[in-house]
Write a new protein. Structure first.
Length: 310
């Protein structure tokens, strides 16, 4: 009998916000005379927009509902990418479906900023991803602060950008990131150390775990990419880890909760709840996680509630 108890507070599809540059009508050309910054993921797109305001046109390539590991762009978007004044990407192997276009733009001399170069990169903690670097740094707000600190001078040095305005906005946004970090620390401090065990449908919370003293017990999808698929052996190992850790709540990305439930239900009768989290993409405004700060606060509340003493 399947005794999973899914608890989904939002009927959400993992998605994206901050598509400030038009990707359908605007990619073929634009009359906008502002500097153009092309950003790979919508999480970074939101961060960049908070720093530059309306002074810069921000073209976020990752659309709502896209997977950062596999999303692709149109030929028109790729052409406009090569005419950008700056490209901001995540790096660390995240943009698997976009990398060829990022490389082509770099070869044509488009300046680029790779966020992963500004963070303390961690390896995946799981043996099934052993040897690979983890690109999901944004789950630790302190790493996002490091990215902001490195990106601001680059933005300030762009032609046509009001450096004073960027400095002012970045100081304000940095303060919001610091407040988020403090909120997360306080929320997670209430979870007993023995219960700080995370199981997800793929490895995405390594940085959060490292910063806030969680254990990553396992993930349904092996490795660090959603392009992989779990084997029967992977699922059996995960079930054993769940039982040994006494995990009562599993966290699934909002785009794939059913897949997680079904995969584990086929493998064993494990009595756990499944809670949705927003992990690799922002949502539409009505989707529950329209910006980075909100996404992190929602996830923090759900993790703290799901792992709280009962």
């Amino acid at each position: 009998m399947n005794r999973f108890r899914p608890r989904f507070r939002f009927a959400a599809t993992a998605a994206a916000l901050t598509v400030v540059g038009a990707l359908l009508t605007g990619c073929a050309g634009s009359s906008d005379d502002r500097p153009l910054v092309a950003v790979s993921t919508n999480i970074l797109g939101d961060v960049v927009t908070n720093l530059v305001g309306d002074d810069v046109e921000v073209m976020t390539l990752m659309r709502p509902g896209a997977d950062p590991h596999s999303f692709e762009i149109s030929a028109a978007a790729a052409a406009r990418l090569r005419s950008a004044d700056l490209i901001v990407s995540n790096g660390i192997g995240l943009e698997e479906g976009l990398q060829q276009h990022l490389d082509a733009a770099a070869q044509e001399g488009v300046p680029s900023f790779v966020a992963g170069d500004a963070v303390d990169v961690l390896p995946y903690t799981s043996t099934d991803a052993e040897g690979a670097d983890d690109p999901h740094f944004w789950t630790d707000p302190a790493q996002t602060i490091a990215v902001v600190d490195a990106l601001v001078p680059v933005l300030e040095g762009m032609d046509g950008v009001d450096a004073t305005a960027v400095a002012s906005r970045s100081a304000s946004y940095r303060g919001e990131l610091e407040a988020l970090d403090a909120e997360m620390s306080d929320a997670f401090a209430a979870i007993p150390a023995a219960q700080r065990a995370l199981v997800t449908n793929h490895h995405v919370f390594g940085y959060l775990a490292d910063r806030f003293d969680f254990r990553v017990v396992g993930a349904v999808i092996p490795g660090g990419t959603t392009l992989a698929a779990p084997s029967a052996s992977d699922l059996a190992d995960l079930v054993s880890a769940i039982e040994e850790a006494g995990v009562r709540t599993i966290f699934a990305e909002s785009s794939q909760p059913d897949r997680l439930v079904q995969a584990l239900a086929r493998e064993a009768d494990v009595d756990v709840a499944v809670e949705e989290l927003f992990t690799e993409s922002l949502t539409e405004p009505s989707g529950g996680a329209p910006d980075y700060l909100t996404m992190m606060r929602v996830n923090t509340e759900r993790i703290a509630t799901g792992l709280a003493p009962r």
